[in-house]
Design a protein around this ligand. Sequence first.
Ligand code: HEC
Ligand code: HEC
Length: 397
Amino acid sequence: MAADRLMGRVATRCVLVVIALVAVRPVAMADDFDDAGLRAQIAALYPDPGREGVDATANPSRAELIALGRALFFDPYLSNCGTVACASCHQPSVGWSSPDEIASGCNGRVGRRRAPSIENVAFQRHFFWDGRVSSLEEQAFGPIISTSEMANSWEAVLTYLTSGRHEPTETVHPTRHSAYADSFRRVFQGEITATTVARAIAAFERSLVPGRAPIDRWLAGEDDALEPTQKRGLALFFGRANCSVCHSPPHYTDDRFHNVGVPAAGFETDALFPGNGEIRRIVAANGWRVGDDVDVGRQAAAPFESPELALGAFKTPSLRNVARRARFMHNGVFTTLADVMRHYEATASGDHDPVVGELAFYVRYRKALFGPRGGGEAGDIEAMVALMGAFNAEPHR
Ligand code: HEC
Ligand code: HEC
């Protein structure tokens, strides 16, 4: 049923994409690029593609609440070891994500996936790569007590916040204590509980809204906002390469789950993903190909809802500020955007065995349209990599 609906939705979009392509291709030369034409075709697919359609100030968070959340987010004493803050894994310098394949927490304990960017979470309904949590407040409870992250107890956190005493390391922090006492008094009438801590952190996270990027200025009518190579990438993104089906404007994500055939990074073991072996056996018994990766993604969060679509599916990351990240995909297997593009091209061109899941559908569809190479042409990868830079927010606009 869901698959039928999906096919319908995709088919409608694909028809529009075909119309777009017919018009875009002849004019896609660097100098006489038809900006207005491409803009009109994007608007036909996505009526409100620009940042203008988004009210970043719509959330009721107040400045003081956000400032308190920021202090908590950067405070390593919320962790048991006293050295790991939320910001250790969600680092501002790499787009609020992690530079490592899998981030390590207290005492070198590692998790199971790459720490994703937390920019743009204000607009999401699903959290974590597999969407197993549906509220940001609920999410904020997790890392503090997770053994592979901050490994602490709420009791120790609340003792620290109310007295400045960090029991696990037997240290005292009077300056931080008086700042917290002051903030909690003004924001929560002095109430320091797991709930108020989570609310402050979530409010801070919601404030991390990437600002206007060159793509937004171009969509708003500024032809010069993008370089010629980026425009070539843009025509591909909304056309032949079909990226916009999942990375849809204005956030360049659909907040849904897809299997795009990302290879295992090598650290994934059965011990790291208990229970997934059983899921894989059941799925295989149903006749679906299961692939090599023991991380079954969405399938473990919503088991057997739809084996084909959920197996190995992960949340589509927003592409805003993507060029600032140091690693890509749920397992950090790619270190450059060119690697990501080569993966997509290989998957679509059939050099790579098509995977289960939705991408296989797109691949089949694209092949039918463009022949066995999926339509890849020289310069496509460079154009797509250049385009990714157009999603980076510009600080002073
Ligand atoms: C040791 C590294 C580490 C620390 C410390 C850490 N995180 Fe994370 N964070 C991760 C990883 C890994 C994921 C993805 C896990 C998954 O999807 O299974 C994640 C996911 C998230 C997400 C979901 C983002 C999305 O797009 O779905 C949010 C929000 C988040 N973390 C906030 C926090 C907060 C708040 C803290 C501090 C209280 C924190 N993190 C501490 C590693 C870390
Ligand atoms: C079928 C939906 C779908 C299509 C089509 C698609 N993507 Fe993705 N994209 C995803 C998902 C899902 C992920 C995360 C996959 C994972 O981690 O396993 C992703 C990840 C990425 C990433 C890495 C971001 C990060 O933070 O790790 C980039 C960059 C990207 N896609 C760009 C593109 C481009 C460019 C195209 C077109 C050539 C494209 N995508 C087509 C769904 C899609």
